[in-house]
Ligand binder design. Structure first.
Ligand SMILES: [Zn+2]
Length: 126
């Protein structure tokens, strides 16, 4: 039995209890809900891509280092929003976190990093 099948089985039991027993076994129901929640984290989800503008040093035409706005894209956990990695690093499997360090959500990186990108540490000039 895989996690999705187990979730379905447990959820149908939760639905039944809440419908037919007016939830007179609240602790059992809560335990089942906790099990469903834990199992859902085992079903890998794609990371969410987001970004922000940060200040970074860059050499200008006269050779001086100046502060410029740099667009920095990164991935975060689809469940809790924790940082998972910079977009520029995601072509390298060594940077893939299989699980979120904060909430334990399994992460599916397949197909996420197909876009060819330059290192996002440098980012796009604005
Ligand atoms: Zn997370």
């Amino acid at each position: 039995m895989d996690a999705q099948k187990a979730i379905k089985e447990l959820q149908s039991r939760i639905d039944l209890i809440e419908k037919d027993y007016k939830n007179n076994v609240p602790e059992y129901t809560e335990a089942l809900k906790m099990a469903v929640s834990a199992l859902k984290k085992q079903v890998a989800k794609k990371p969410e891509r987001t970004g922000r503008v940060v200040q970074g040093l860059q050499e200008n035409d006269e050779g001086h280092m100046i502060y410029v706005d740099i667009q920095q894209d990164y991935y975060e956990c689809p469940k809790c929003g924790s940082f998972l990695g910079y977009a520029g690093d995601c072509a390298d499997e060594n940077y893939w976190y299989r699980y979120c360090a904060d909430c334990g959500q399994a992460i599916d990186w397949s197909g996420v990093c197909d876009e060819t990108e330059n290192s996002l540490h440098e980012g796009d000039r604005r």
